[in-house]
Each structure stands twice: as C-alpha cells, then as structure tokens.
Design a protein around this ligand. Structure first.
Ligand code: F6P
Length: 348
C-alpha cells in the first residue's frame, strides 16, 4: 500500500543534505510511496508547511550545497504546544513516517518523540562537526575538513612569505574533529581543541621551539570551542553571544582573535587571524560526502519501508548499519587521545 513519507532537514545546514533528500525520495518513489518535504526543519511540522517531492524536485541535487527544504533550529519542545502541533500536522497531512536529517539537536527531538509518542521516525546523521555517537562519520564533515585544509595550505604560502604566525579558527562546537583532521592534513604546527586543551603557554612554547629551529612562520589551528586555558588553571570560553538558542547552545566564535593577541604578546611574532566561519558549511559536497549521504538516504528509506522506527542510519567501518536514535544522541563523540597524539607528533 502506498505510504506518505515526510522528510525534514534541521539544525545548521551542511553539504550533502540534498543528496540525502534525493536518495530518500528516489527509493521511496521507486517503491510506490509519496514523499512530502517538510519546510524549515521542525518548524515546518509545528506550523504545517510542506511541499511535495517528486522526480523534478530531486533532479540535479547531488552537487548542490545547502538544503532545498530549508532548515531552522526550532525545538518543538520549546515552542508553545509545539509537540502537540507536530503530532496534529503530521496526522492532518496523512503522513505515515518521517525521515529526520540532522545532528544532535534535530535527532534528539526525533528520539524524544519516538520514545514518548511512538512517533514513526528514522534519523540520518548530518553535521560538519562529526560529533554524533554511534556513527563513524557524519556527512558534511569531509567537505568541511577539505575546505579548512585548503585554507591552511593557502595560508602556508603567505605565512612563509611574511614570517608570520597564522591563527586559523575553525568550527566544531564542543569537539575538535574539524581542527584535528584539517590540522593533520594541512600540517599545522599547533592545534588547540576543547577535549585536550593544551595551555596558551604550551602553544607559545611550541611556536618558539619551531622558530628556534630556524622556521620563521607557524600555522596554528584553533577550534571555536577551545577554552583559553592557562598554566594558572584559569579557563575561559570565548563566545559571540551569551544568549542560548532553543537547544541551549551559546554562539561560539572569537577565540582566534584572543589567541592571536596572546601569541603576539608572549612571543613577539607578528600574528594574523583567519576565521573560516560559514564558508566551512557552504558549497558543493566532496565526492565522499555525496556517496555517504546517498548511502544514508537509501538506508533511511529502507528503514521506513521496513517500519523500523526509532533507528538511525550509521556508518560502521565501511558498512551502512542502523543504530538506535537514543544511542546516537545520548552523548557527544569527542576526539580521542590517539587522534590528538597523531596531530601532536608534528607540533613545534
Ligand atoms: O553545528 C554546526 C555548526 O556549524 C557549528 O560548528 C557552529 O558552532 C554552529 O553550527 C554555527 O551555527 P550558526 O549557523 O547558527 O551560526
């Protein structure tokens, strides 16, 4: 019997979302189901904003960044009667199931709705931050790392020409995956991440050590969530705004400038800052992300068809598997010590 499958994208956009939408829609249509796009993440279900997805809508999507469905950080649990409105709009549209494509927040809502209301949802893990448990990688991460690595490569040549220290601030929220991966790939001389915070003094010692060896430029990669940490034990998070969003997150950003000031003052080396910001999330996905997103999308459609709700498509080694949404959202996947040690082997 033909079913109506809903698809939504929530949270920060990332490259590969459209490839998932394409794969979910394609597989569902091929199996005789109808697909309805939900506009702007959970907001679309709270407010009842939908658009049909057919062959024409999913044509040409593979290389396209962003999300054709739009996205938001709306949390139905923080909106007046939000959950009731989600359930009512879902029923009014005669939807049978939902594919929620998102990170910790979007999937956290999906997990809660499933747990509390038996809501028929499956998840697909997206985020450039790669901080979701129960999957080896989220799509979007590879593209972000590629963009940061390219930036580091470019900064190398200008740093070298001017004998400067270049500080590159990258995203990642409270995990340092983007910083560590792009830092290793780009040959950063110091990398600072939230999970294994070296002190400002240690960072300066590494730069000094390098300059004593005859190198007169350095590349420092800092993750936006790194807290300025001093030998004295003082620690300070740098944020753009202290107000939190509907999921309780502060807006991070600005650490690059603070760190650069410290480095310049303490070492005397001229220091410049590059904040990559949303460039890391924009534009076309890498082939790897397109393929991962496609495999996730097909898996999500199959989970829906098999009525295996409360599950999320995940990558385990090279295999696409499914895991419980609850397992994927209960804790953040942080950078393990071994990864940081790999990066650290090239400090200084
Ligand atoms: O979660 C993805 C992410 O890009 C984080 O790395 C970053 O902290 C945040 O989103 C930025 O959010 P916004 O797009 O709301 O500024």
């Amino acid at each position: 019997m033909s079913k109506r499958v809903g698809v939504l994208t929530g949270g920060g956009d990332c490259p590969g979302l459209n490839a998932v939408i394409r794969a979910v829609t394609r597989r569902s249509l091929d199996r005789g189901h109808e697909v309805l796009g939900v506009r702007s993440g959970w907001r679309g279900l709270v407010e009842g904003i939908f658009e049909p997805l057919g062959p024409r809508e999913i044509s040409g999507l593979l290389p396209r960044g962003g999300t054709i469905l739009g996205t938001s950080r709306t949390n139905p649990y923080r909106v007046e009667a939000g959950v009731d409105r989600v359930l009512a709009n879902f029923e009014a549209e005669r939807l049978d199931s939902l594919v929620a494509i998102g990170g910790e927040d979007t999937l956290g809502v999906a997990a809660a709705l499933h747990r509390e209301h038996g809501f028929p949802v499956v998840g697909v893990p997206k985020t450039i931050d790669n901080d979701l448990s129960a999957t080896d990688y989220t799509f979007g991460f590879d593209t972000a790392v590629w963009i940061c690595t390219e930036a580091i490569d470019r900064l190398h040549t200008t740093a070298e020409s001017h004998n400067r220290v270049m500080v590159v601030e990258v995203m990642g929220r409270h995990t340092g995956w983007i910083a560590v991966m792009s830092g290793i790939a780009g040959g950063a001389d110091v990398i600072l991440i939230p999970e294994q915070p070296i002190t400002v003094e240690q960072a300066c010692t590494e730069i000094q050590r390098r300059h004593n060896r005859g190198k007169d430029f350095s590349i420092v990669v800092v993750s936006e969530g790194y807290e300025l940490t001093y030998e004295s034990g003082e620690r300070r998070q740098v944020t753009q705004e202290t107000a939190t969003d509907e999921f309780g997150h502060v807006r991070l950003g600005g650490i690059g400038h603070e760190l650069a000031r410290e480095i310049e003052e303490r070492t005397g080396f001229e220091t410049r800052v590059t904040v990559l910001g949303h460039v890391q999330r924009g534009g076309t996905p890498t082939p790897r992300d397109r393929v991962l997103a496609t495999r996730y999308g097909l898996k999500a459609a199959e989970l829906v068809i098999a009525r295996r709700f409360g599950q999320m498509a995940a990558l385990n080694g090279d295999a696409i598997v499914d895991v419980a949404l609850d397992d994927a959202t209960s804790e953040l996947k942080t950078v393990p010590r071994e990864w940081y040690d790999t990066a650290r082997a090239f400090f200084g």
